[in-house]
Design a binder for this molecule. Structure first.
Ligand code: FAD
Length: 474
């Protein structure tokens, strides 16, 4: 059989799945995509809410698309066509009853802090900088990584509390891998140099502005890639859940799926490209999974999230895309406003905001009713003076189980044998944020989809190398 006769089955129509499908179908390969949800998008999907207050589009937590990868940028802008707007990025941190720019502008932040905190921050930063001249120990965890770059006080104020709140575990138990990709490393010296010798005509970085679909929310990225794949001959089955990977003699030969009506069937394939969560993939491999692989898989955890959406009786809440809320006396950890991504996301006289609360599946927050979640989120925002009760016209919620892969200190020790098991099966490859258990952004998932497809087309490409360096993800 020639490669062009082979059937490639893709599990999941998130960004990794749809971009791989787009690329493979364009290269003339036979592609079948199965997605359990009614529309493409995965974590980067968008939903529509219609009520007496108007039509609102929202993402499952705010999504800004930006990339330093030229191919990802070019292909994504092309596939969106005219359906895009460009926005300057605005995020802030709300702390001590005031807003701090994010990424942290150290010089400016120090001026805003209460005097004692500011002096202590400078002192700690100075001491740490001197220590760094003489010792370069390996950062063993998130706390050590941040303290070595910012000093202890700035770590405590801006990073420690927020991170423990978001992850639900001490920063000393979180891998330093996460910090290096998530925190901009502008040093105090850098900041001072830039404010004194501001470069003339500095080109805006790809990260300072971003594109967003004008209509339909961030989900339009995956939908556009999906439509392109269909246009090039791919079959896409929505509302279709994979419930078993069929394995014969060490080879994945197909999948069993259940459709909306509950009907089961098998789809056979020469190659399977998975993008659903890795832990789920292993579970669906059934008896073929060795006991030790199951034990390692059970050690790979996920942080879940609930989203409380509030329709406010005002045209705009703030001008931010999102606002971090680090204080541990508050439950909400981030707020965002879809209308600031595209005017089309809300009617002119109303706005919608999203309050994110991280949690563990089945814990007290996860199990709260919608009314109880509303009460938690509204109380937090009233307490810090950002809204009044009468501003809130309507609320609704969403829950996401696999929001963040947990980068515990030993996650790699468990991840490697699990990936090793998948690699031992012929005809099965796994990619994407969930498929590789990686805390990466949309552009990385797109790059993974492209690169995995390149590999299947026979080009020299390794999708597992995407987003593996110490680059700052933004
Ligand atoms: C709150 C939040 C905010 C974020 N903000 C940003 C941001 O601002 N910028 C940015 O670049 N990135 C952001 N991200 C990250 C971004 O959402 C992800 O990197 C990206 O969407 C992952 O795409 P993926 O295709 O790799 O995985 P997924 O989107 O998870 O795709 C996997 C697909 O598999 C499907 N699936 C699962 N199980 C089955 C099954 N049994 N059968 C069939 N299908 C199945 C799922 O429904 C899903 O569609 C954010 C993520 C979160 C959680």
């Amino acid at each position: 059989m020639s490669h062009s006769d082979e059937t490639i089955l893709i599990i999941g129509a998130g960004l990794a799945g749809t971009t791989a499908a787009h690329q493979l179908a364009r290269a003339g390969r036979k592609v079948i995509v199965v997605e359990r949800e009614p529309e493409a998008g995965g974590l980067a999907k968008s939903l529509k809410h219609e009520s007496e207050h108007g039509t609102f589009w929202y993402d499952i937590g705010p999504h800004r698309f930006h990339t330093t990868d030229e191919r990802v940028n070019k292909e994504t802008l092309a596939v969106l066509g005219d359906n895009k707007v460009e926005r300057d990025r605005v995020s802030r941190i709300f702390l001590y009853n005031q807003f701090f720019d994010y990424p942290l502008q150290l010089g400016k932040a120090l001026k805003q802090l209460p005097k004692t905190v500011m002096l202590r921050s400078i002192w700690d930063y100075g001491i740490q900088s001197i220590k760094n001249l003489f010792t370069k120990p390996k950062d063993r965890n998130f706390e050590e990584w941040v303290v070595r770059r910012f000093g202890r006080k700035l770590y405590e104020v801006f990073f420690g509390v927020y991170t423990e709140k978001t992850w639900g575990m001490p920063c000393t138990e979180i891998s330093a891998d996460w910090a290096s990709q998530r925190i901009s490393q502008a040093s105090l010296l850098d900041t001072i140099m830039k404010s004194v010798f501001r470069p003339k005509g500095e080109v805006r970085s790809l990260i300072s502005s971003f594109y967003y679909p004008e209509k339909g929310g961030i989900g339009q990225l995956a939908i556009s890639y999906k439509n392109s794949a269909i246009g090039n001959g791919a079959e896409v089955h929505l509302n279709t859940t994979v419930d078993q990977i069929l394995i014969e003699g060490g080879r994945a030969t197909g999948v069993s799926v259940v459709d909306e009506s509950g009907a089961k069937r098998e789809i056979m394939a020469d190659l399977i490209l998975n993008t659903m969560p890795l832990t789920k993939l292993v579970e669906l491999c059934g008896d073929s999974v060795p006991q030790d692989v199951t034990e390692h898989k059970n050690k790979l955890g996920h942080r879940s999230m609930v989203f409380v959406f509030m329709i406010l009786d005002k045209p705009q809440f703030t001008h931010d895309h999102w606002i971090y809320i680090p204080e541990d006396t508050l439950t909400v950890h981030r707020l965002s406003e879809p209308k600031n991504f595209s005017d089309d996301c809300a009617p002119a006289d109303k706005t919608l905001i999203c309050a994110e609360i991280t949690c563990d599946f089945g814990d007290e927050i996860w199990n709260k009713s919608d009314d109880e979640l509303r009460a938690v989120a509204v109380k937090d925002l009233i307490k810090i003076g950002l809204i009044e009760d009468s501003d809130v016209l309507e609320t609704f919620t969403h829950r996401e189980f696999f929001a963040y892969p947990l980068y515990t200190l030993d996650y790699r020790e468990h991840l490697d044998p699990v990936l090793g098991f998948i690699d031992s099966l012929a005809g099965l490859e796994t990619t994407g944020r969930q498929g590789l258990f990686k805390y990466n952004n949309m552009d990385h998932s797109i790059a993974m989809g492209f690169t995995a497809a390149d590999g299947l087309i026979g080009r020299d490409a390794d999708h597992r190398k995407v987003a593996t360096g110490d680059e700052y993800f933004g």
